[in-house]
Design a protein around this ligand. Sequence first.
Ligand code: ZN
Length: 258
Amino acid sequence: MQELPVLFMSHGSPMNIIEKNSFTHSLSELGKTLAKPEAIMVISAHWLTKGTKVTCLPNPRTIYDFYGFPEELYKIDYPCPGAPQQAEKVVKTLGSDKVSCDFEWGIDHAAWSVLKYLYPQADIPVFEMSLDVLKSPQEHYDLAQELAPLRKEGILVVASGNPVHNLRRAKFDHTYAEPYPWAIEADQQMKGLLQQGDHASLIQYEGLSHASLTIPTTEHYLPMLYAVALQKAGEELAFTCEDIQNGSVSMRSFVIGG
Ligand code: ZN
């Protein structure tokens, strides 16, 4: 089977679920170029657990893990089937000491707000992988490298987060509010590191420009490490979106390989 690409997709504000803007347009355009995988595994910024989990339910629910947004957003769902067989394959591949099945979580908005544009038919089985809160960035990266065989087994890996993500400083009145200079600088630095394939500097994120402002918490940053960990030496990385939304949220998204 042909090796599938790896996607890192930013998701940002839940308003992107209903807004037509350059970010959501980039997702729709990317979706038109993607083949239909057997299943999709989303590494989600919104699912934090002790120990790494994957969802093994046949019919996952749509999770509305956002509050105070327009009623309209809570009426949209993403009724994709689950992918228990593929999720169990991940447990087998990595070993049950490294990852285990979960039967409670569903499809959170880090996953469905993006998949809604990439695969609007919701006809491809989806499962999620959590972020283990006990792991260091290096340990996340190392675990992610073990997912490499999935690319040849029909599983599309989609990591969903945001490289720069500061909600305390976010300007929610306007999606394309003027970006903070520190957000632009940090985002550009990350762009350079991604282009150079300098994964070591990305793993040592505390040394990046304005890290305390741009990565005040790591959950939206870590999914990007899962994506780059799957990049083979010299493999192409192409940006699909380079927007900054709400002043402080980088929507930088990219495709590796494919
Ligand atoms: Zn988020």
